[in-house]
Ligand binder design. Structure first.
Ligand SMILES: Nc1ncnc2c1ncn2[C@@H]1O[C@H](COP(=O)(O)OP(=O)(O)O)[C@@H](O)[C@H]1O
Ligand SMILES: [Mg+2]
Length: 238
């Protein structure tokens, strides 16, 4: 039996012959919050797309609880318990909050189970409970981001991949949304998140990987990374 919920080794991937990832490796233990941080264009989204099955790697492997899942399509990964919450929220504005949430549980046919999950995500995000019948587009950016996370949780994932939650949110909301991630973990969901907001991400993560031009250039406990002179200089503007 493996110790890792997710183990990624030497991943190479890109778009139509344009290489983006040049041998990315990392691992996530069950119950951890792991952050992949790096500047815009570093390859964070490409990494999550490859792990979640939206993009096939050129080489390398992805193991999910010890099982080789490299190249399996995204809907199969969702069924196995790995769900990707994409960058930019991608909610359906014309649909109600409730309808958006139900779409996250598309693979679940038991209505009772769907209702239980609705209750669960509404307890995590009380604001959504008040807005269930409202069109999603009428909510603020922060609320829409919460909806996107909640929709991902509706598939009851073992591991959730969160792409740039802070994007487009005002500073006061960034910490609030990231705090929710620590609550998600308390329900036993393992979290892999990617962020340009290096400081905020490392503050809630156990461990971090810094990527640059498709390569891991530094990794360690969040505490060590936050204290590193190199990180302070390059990413925290200190
Ligand atoms: N669909 C695409 N087609 C071609 N190149 C892409 C595509 N998506 C991203 N890229 C390129 O891949 C690189 C990494 O992008 P991305 O993974 O989105 O970085 P990040 O999420 O860290 O900002 C960038 O140079 C970007 O221009
Ligand atoms: Mg990105």
């Amino acid at each position: 039996m493996t110790d890792f919920a997710l183990e990624v080794r030497d991943l190479y991937a890109g778009y139509e012959g344009v290489p983006v990832l040049h041998g990315i490796s990392f691992e996530v233990k069950e119950g951890e919050i792991v952050a992949i941080v790096g500047a815009n264009g570093a390859g964070k989204t490409t990494t999550l797309r490859t792990v979640s099955g939206l993009l096939r790697p050129k080489s390398g492997f992805v193991k999910f609880y010890g099982e080789d899942v490299t190249g399996l399509p995204a809907h199969v990964m969702v069924r196995k318990g790995l769900t990707y919450v994409p960058e930019g929220r991608r909610i359906f504005g014309k649909l109600s909050v409730k309808e958006n949430l139900e779409l996250g549980a598309f693979k679940e046919e038991n209505r009772e189970v769907v209702e239980q999950r609705l209750e669960w995500v509404c307890s995590l995000f009380p604001i959504l409970k008040e807005r269930l019948n409202q069109k999603a587009e009428t909510m603020s950016g922060g609320e829409q981001q919460m909806l996107a996370i909640a929709r991902g949780l509706m598939s009851a994932p073992k591991v959730i991949l969160l792409d740039e939650l802070s994007l487009g949110l005002q500073p006061s909301l960034v910490e609030k949304v990231l705090q929710i991630v620590t609550e998600i973990r308390r329900y036993g969901v393992t979290v892999l998140l990617v962020e340009q907001r290096v400081l905020e991400a490392l503050e809630i993560a156990d461990k971090g990987y810094v990527i640059q031009s498709g390569r891991v250039v530094m990794s360690g406990s969040s505490k060590d990374l936050l204290e590193s002179e190199e990180i302070k200089r390059a990413y925290l503007g200190m």
